[in-house]
Design a protein around this ligand. Structure first.
Ligand SMILES: Nc1nc2c(ncn2[C@@H]2O[C@H](COP(=O)(O)OP(=O)(O)OP(=O)(O)O)[C@@H](O)[C@H]2O)c(=O)[nH]1
Ligand SMILES: [Mg+2]
Length: 1127
């Protein structure tokens, strides 16, 4: 970048009111990067001829090759409007679903966004997704309807048709905004109501909301996109033109003599002009007139395209003179009409002007940050702003004002880390030579030349003197010396091997205060709590980081390097004032993916970024040469840091697993790993497809779809008996599937039953996993007797709401009282399975904690209860079919008998009582009397005695089978597994939803590919005004690999699907099913494996995991023959 423009940028950074931080959002391929190119070229960074072709923001090689953006990147632009100078920090984001996490990182640090919509494709799934993301972050959008040239050239619309088409698109996107807005208003209203409710659990579920009131009071007109509001630009980025109606209103108000304000209101809409009377009238359609937009705007554009495409030189001349334009001779002679169009239109209606002036006018500056947004950013979890400590609340002021004084707190949010080659950093780059240096070099070159000449002349003569010696050697030495100098000027000369090292730059924004190089700052992890800090460090603490005690999730670092982000380039900065987007170097040891940096520890970490994509595609990777394992591990770590969404796991088997959002994302991660981070050859496993295991209700019809009547019951009974054969002796199973099992030392007996949960309940559990985690935390803190005031009221309200929802769906005799008996959720204490305790001796509930805590028997139960819960957690983590997690299963612990253990424990205790008194005798009065169960004990004492009993009691039940708690865990796990095995087990497959847009002629092929891959079409509709069909389908993840490619190939690139993870679905077939009746034999054959999808999946997983697979390897021994003979 030119040096003085860097100075300009630095100057502009200080004028906060004229800064705009914006990102470009859209569905994939709607033209974001092309639009960004046009805006960049207006700053002279790239040539206007290359704008749209270069795709400057796609700086990675694979981005250029594939033609899609994969990383969001920022660039700062300068724009002058009405004598005001603006700094625009523009972020280009990817549109592909796999990279939607990059969109989240971009919207967090912006104040506004440009939503780009393809004029042909209209509103697409990702358009909805990005609009929602922008909405969730409270950033204001403006709209660019792009690719209007396609309406002219491809669809051959008339201006009138194009107008109705555009109107349609606007309606669609406004409908979307409307839905978002309504849901928000209603949510806020509901929140206000619950806030005002004194008792949150009174008459729950019986309130009737008056829907309309909240909506009527709230003004929403500014939210919608409409050309007359000035927040819509019509454009063709590839041809370099774009306009808002203001541009034409200005022109025509002069030309026709109608006020600009009137034109602004009428240029878009149902109006026509009566030229004679110079009056604008309403109702164009009714009177068969052309709307103003068609007559005054679109027709002109259409006729220009028409003239150029038909190469009608005269007409082109005429239009150009009437518009007062001139194009270069080269463009005028160019054979490609597109070049001519671009040259004319980009002068006539420059897109950068239209878009940037809209951005400056309609999008807020950092100073306009809404207080609502600030509060939302600062309130992690379910806290409310009011509940934050006062010191923390005080930060809001600094935030809102973007204070830049030295005393102002510095608040920076890092939304992602990105890797750049260390060589590309400005400090390592060869700097441009100064005038003096150039002069010196010139001088040296001249000398050398003169010496060379002298040598050439001297060679004729024989002059064996000293001088000659010097002359001869000097030319050799001189260049060498010069070379050295050049080398030392080259980047990073010393560590030649390390020069390809990756350096991490934080993609960040300063929200308040001035970020200065060398300043010390706190790095706050997502779990950091200012409350905890303020408790540890009394108020009036000194902020000198060296004297502070260590607080968890907080570190202190120095801002080493600050950069201005300029697309592919970085420029070094000394300081960055508030409200700007910047890059920070030297944070890689402190920040993994995102973090909040603040000069005051009273700042809370910002709420975590919300990611739309679920990482679902996993592969195991290993180095080709085992000795390169350390490089792989290091590379994976770097990759993890450089990508907001990727997950890196090391499985129990020791495999290194990469979890990514989709196939394209996976490919990019692997490329990065191979070429940048690990730089080794790696082998990649087949994608590991996740499954879930569940059980269903016994079927009413058999496989040949015949109802299971009385006469066929025999077969079913036969089958259940077979199922039971998996269950070893000593485990009792009753007809209802209740498993009764005893621990190996015969001291405790458990009775467990498995019941499938209703689908809705599973869904609720899935959606609320975070809440469940906090419920579990609450219960455990209750059990530990800790103060529970920390749990905020709002969390409790949410908890009740969640409980109420469960109650709604768990109705009927079978589920009576179940909610209150829920003991735990699993796996990992937050999953979609439930453990219910119906034991009469011991009641424990996640909602209230253990009941009957005073009695000692109960406390004994409670201690052992943890083992039961652990057993349940283990059982739900890996099911019996193929060791995949369970989903939607309720385990009911019907009975739990430890009376034998009690007896034994009591007798052991008596034996040991004597020793015990002697040991602890010195404690005298403070010791609580033990063993006397009838005596009422004060709370504290009961705690002490409990601990003692369990400590002392433990060895008594440790027998040859190991510690009792361990036995209980194993027994519970077994019990759960057997309980599952006696029920009809099913596999659940992860499903993608996919939206495919295809023209009618390739529709058949799309369907063929879908059905081949077990896809199911949900919906098919025709896009209005085009011959495009939109197909919505679901597809198992297991069948999705190569799907997008196949569709693209089969349809010659006309259709490309977007796959998004949507839900888990039960595969209807029973993996263990074998034909038992004669009909079934006839129908399915002996093996019945032709259609058994579930068994196929199950066996594949078992094989992968190295588990036993029941398969006949040799089927027909007598028919075996060698292949060569058969040739
Ligand atoms: N006809 C036409 N094509 C356009 C226009 N703008 C962009 N394109 C083309 O659309 C394709 C996609 O453009 P990009 O700018 O890469 O789209 P994008 O939104 O950045 O795509 P992702 O970053 O992958 O989401 C390219 O082939 C462009 O040439 C336009 O105004 N008219
Ligand atoms: Mg792009």
């Amino acid at each position: 970048m030119v040096l003085n423009s860097l100075d300009k940028m630095i100057e502009l950074q200080k004028n906060t009111a004229n800064i705009r931080n914006i990102c470009v959002l859209a569905h994939v391929d709607h033209g974001k990067t092309t639009l960004a190119d046009c805006l960049i070229s207006s700053n002279g960074i790239i040539s206007s001829r290359l704008a749209g072709k270069l795709r400057y923001m796609d700086s990675r090689e694979d981005e250029q090759i594939r033609g899609i953006t994969m990383k969001s990147s920022a660039i700062s632009l300068h724009y002058t409007k009405d004598n005001e100078e603006y700094l625009i920090n523009l972020i280009d984001s990817p549109g592909h679903v796999d990279f939607s996490s990059e969109v989240s990182t971009a919207v967090r640090i912006c104040d506004g966004c440009i939503i780009v919509v393809d004029a042909v494709e209209g509103v697409c799934p990702q358009t909805q997704a990005v609009l929602r993301q922008a909405w969730l972050e409270n950033i204001r959008p403006v709209l660019v309807i792009n690719k209007i040239d396609r309406l002219i050239v491809e669809l051959k619309f008339t201006p009138q048709e194009a107008y109705s088409h555009l109107k349609n698109i606007l309606e669609q996107i406004n409908a979307l905004t409307g839905t978002l807005f309504t849901s928000k208003v209603l949510e806020e209203r509901a929140e206000r109501e619950t806030d005002s409710q004194v008792n949150p659990n009174s008459e729950q579920g019986e309130q009737v909301y008056d829907w309309s009131t909240g909506l009527e009071d709230t003004d929403d007109s500014h939210l919608y996109f409409s050309p007359e509001q000035g927040n819509v630009v019509f454009a063709s980025a590839i041809d370099g033109w774009g306009f808002g109606i203001e541009h034409f209103a200005k022109i025509y108000s002069k030309k026709i003599g109608i006020k600009k304000e009137v034109l602004l209101k009428t240029l878009w809409g149902d109006y026509y002009i009566n030229m004679k009377a110079k009056k604008i009238m309403k109702g164009d359609q009714a009177k068969g007139k052309k709307p103003l937009f068609v007559q005054l705007i679109l027709e002109n554009i259409w006729s220009l395209y028409d003239a150029v495409l038909k190469k009608d030189k005269e007409k082109i001349e005429k239009i150009m003179t009437s518009l007062g334009l001139k194009i270069g001779a080269r463009e005028a002679r160019h054979s490609d009409p597109k070049v001519q169009i671009n040259a004319i239109c980009s002068q006539w209606l420059p897109i950068s002007h239209a878009v940037l002036s809209m951005v400056c006018q309609k999008l807020p500056s950092p100073l306009d940050i809404a207080s609502e947004r600030v509060e939302k950013l600062m309130c992690t979890g379910s806290q409310t702003f009011d509940s934050l400590p006062l010191e923390t609340q005080a930060l809001k002021g600094a935030f809102m004002k973007c204070e830049s004084e030295d005393t102002a707190p510095v608040i920076i949010f890092v939304s992602k880390m990105f890797a750049v080659d260390a060589k590309a950093l400005p400090q390592n780059k060869p700097r441009p030579l100064t005038q003096d240096e150039i002069a010196q070099r010139r001088e040296r070159a001249r000398q050398r030349h003169a010496e060379k000449l002298a040598v050439a002349q001297g060679q004729g003569r024989v002059e064996p003197n000293l001088n000659g010696g010097i002359l001869e050697t000097s030319p050799q030495e001189e260049p060498r010396g010069d070379k050295q100098q050049v080398e030392s000027g080259a980047p990073n000369p010393a560590p030649q091997e390390e020069d390809s090292q990756e350096s991490f730059i934080a993609f960040a924004r300063v929200f308040s205060g001035v970020a200065r190089r060398g300043r010390k700052i706190f790095v706050l992890g997502p779990k950091y709590s200012p409350v905890e800090f303020l408790q540890r460090v009394p108020s009036g603490f000194s902020t000198s980081p060296d004297n502070l005690p260590t607080v968890p999730h907080m570190a202190c670092c120095t801002l080493e390097n600050l950069y201005l982000l300029m697309g592919r380039e970085l420029e070094e900065l000394e300081e960055v004032p508030p409200g700007n987007v910047l890059g920070i170097g030297g944070l890689q040891d402190f920040v993994l993916k995102s973090a909040t940096l603040c000069s005051l520890p009273s700042c809370p970490p910002f709420i975590p970024l919300s990611f739309e994509a679920t990482p679902i595609v996993r592969v195991a990777v290993e180095p080709k040469h085992p000795s390169e394992m350390p490089q792989l591990v290091k590379g994976m770590k770097l990759l993890n840091q450089a990508d907001p969404c990727v997950q890196i796991l090391i499985q129990e088997t020791g495999e290194h697993v990469l979890v990514t959002a989709g196939e394209v994302h996976l490919q990019r991660c692997l490329d990065d790993l191979k070429e940048r981070f690990a730089k080794i050859h790696i082998s990649v496993s087949e994608p590991i497809i996740p499954f879930r295991e569940t059980i269903t209700k016994p079927p009413k019809v058999d496989m040949v779809n015949e109802e299971i009547g009385k006469q066929q019951k025999v077969a079913v009974i036969h089958q259940t008996r077979e199922d039971q054969s998996k269950i070893p002796e000593g485990v009792q199973v009753d007809s209802d599937g209740l498993i009764t099992i005893t621990t190996p030392n015969k001291l405790a007996t458990l009775s467990v039953r498995a019941i499938p949960l209703p689908e809705e309940v599973t869904q609720i559990l899935e959606e609320n996993s975070d809440l469940i985690r906090s419920v579990e935390q609450l219960t455990s803190s209750l059990d530990d007797g800790k103060n529970t005031q920390m749990i905020h009221q709002k969390t409790q309200e949410k908890m009740w709401e969640f409980k109420r929802k469960l109650e709604q769906h768990l109705t009927g005799r079978k589920w009576r009282n179940t909610i209150d008996q829920i003991w735990s959720f699993g796996p990992r204490k937050c999953g979609p399975n439930i453990l219910v305790s119906r034991s009469v001796d011991f009641q424990n509930s996640v909602w209230t904690g253990a009941a009957g805590r005073a009695s000692q028997a109960a406390s004994r139960y409670r201690d052992l209860g943890n083992s039961i819960v652990s057993g349940f957690q283990l059982a739900t983590l890996s099911g019996p079919m193929c060791e995949e997690p369970l989903m939607g299963v309720c385990f009911v612990l019907e009975k739990w008998d430890i009376s034998k253990l009690e007896e034994q424990g009591a007798s052991d205790n008596q034996n040991r009582e004597h020793n015990y008194v002697v040991e602890e005798g010195q404690e005298g009065d403070r010791r609580c009397p033990s063993g006397d169960e009838n005596q009422e004990l004060p709370d504290g004492c009961s705690e002490v005695s409990e601990k003692r009993t369990s400590q002392k009691g433990e060895p008594s039940v440790t027998d040859c089978y190991g510690p009792f708690s361990g036995q209980l865990i194993a027994t519970m796990k077994e019990a759960c597994r057997y309980a599952l095995q006696v029920k009809p087990q099913r596999l659940m497959a992860a499903m993608y939803t996919c939206d495919i847009m295809a023209t009618s002629d390739v529709l058949g092929r799309v369907y063929a590919v879908l059905s081949k891959r077990e896809g199911r079409v949900l919906q098919e509709e025709m896009k209005e005004g085009t011959d495009m069909f939109i197909i919505k389908a679901v597809l198992p993840v297991a069948e999705s690999f190569g799907f997008a490619d196949e569709i693209r190939k089969r349809t010659s690139g006309l259709a490309s699907p977007q796959l998004v993870f949507s839900h888990w679905e039960i595969i209807p077939s029973d993996p263990f099913w074998v034909p038992t009746t004669e009909e079934e034999y006839l129908h399915f054959g002996e093996k019945a494996d032709s259609e058994n999808q579930a068994r196929k999946y199950m066996n594949a997983v078992r094989k992968r995991k190295g588990l036993h697979v029941e398969e006949k390897i040799v089927e027909h021994a007598e028919k075996q023959r060698t292949l060569s003979k058969n040739k």
